[in-house]
Design a protein around this ligand. Sequence first.
Ligand SMILES: Cc1ncc(COP(=O)(O)O)c(C=O)c1O
Length: 424
Amino acid sequence: MKKLAALGGKITGTLNTPSWPIFDQRDIDYVGEAVKSGIWAFRGPIEKEFEEKWAVYSGAKYGIACTNGTHAIRMALEALGIGPGDEVIVPALTWQATAASVLDVNAIPILVDIDPTTYTIDPKMVEKAITPRTKCIIPVHLYCRLADMDAIMSIAKKYNLYVVEDCSHSHGSKWRGKGVGTIGDIGAFSLQASKLLNTGDGGILSTNCERYRDLLQSLKICGRPSYEGAPSIQSGNFRMTDLQAALGVTQLEKLPEQNDHRLKNMLRLEQALAGLDCIEILRKPEGITYQAAYNYSFKYISEKAHGIERDVFLRALRAELGQSDEKNMFYRTYIPLTDSPLYRPFSKHTHKISDEYCKAIDPARFHTPEANKAYYKEGVNFIHYVLLGPASDMDILSDAIIKVCTHLDELKEVSAAAGLGKEG
Ligand SMILES: Cc1ncc(COP(=O)(O)O)c(C=O)c1O
């Protein structure tokens, strides 16, 4: 009788993962109030309330709500005056928006590799990539760790560069006691439906600089100054509506408790997995004083599992949890931008400015072996609301992982099944 569920054995257990988003009557009532107010957008009172409450929560002087996280990064770059001829350093392992926003301002995204111990941008590679054209670094606080902000800020100071933090995975995290998004010049957050703070779609920026606040407030509303005498800048429409902002206010009320719950579960899981030969927990830089855990990542080391591929491990793990492969709560990391089907600068005419520019933005010119290794070989990722389940879910999950990792002979048999190792 086989033990592994993928071979017909008994499953370890099923998870009681809550469905996402989590909402209650308060969310419904407040969106209703926004509707009843008749002020649905355009610097409405609830948008303002959300911005102020966000600033307090994130530890920034100012919050600026906007359409989404992609636009938030673009607006930050525009407020900083970044544009044609400028190079902006971004990690190769991130959602495409981090680099696509750089293209949106006609600047050049420079893809650099990640630190394999944290999956965040590698400061050594950042420094190597600096040229006289470099203007800005966009570290991404990815998954369940933060970029090394001590190293990034000291490089930025040494070379006189701007820093825009992409905080779309890290609402509420702190680096040495400071909220993410307030360490660099501007922080950009997505509030898209899968994110820790969810307004359906939406984005919010954090900054401590009054001038950037004014420029961002102007950028979001077609260049209108936000008060008489405020600086303004030509732009389009990047407004958040008051209906979304109402959800921002009520969901923000729930965030601290949800973050604490996720963190507690994350630590419980990490404790249970410590010491497993073929599993590696990502390193926690000491600067992290509070971790808001988004999609959780760890490494499966096939060399320590008789060479059995990560995708085989993933299939066996899903089977242990009684999940179909289609449910897909457990998957690979992002595909590196060098290979991403969604990061294709030349598919858009806007980017064909000149031969020189096309050469500069060609993703194929960048080599990022560690980001490749994360996606193609080692990275295992699961959706954040698994961490919102009861503590007992973490025991089921760790038991399932341990079971798979301690039945390697059977795992080899799973690997013989058709179609494995070909997940997208
Ligand atoms: C790291 C990162 N940056 C930027 C974004 C863009 O955010 P949005 O989808 O709200 O435009 C996302 C969202 O998916 C993200 O994960």
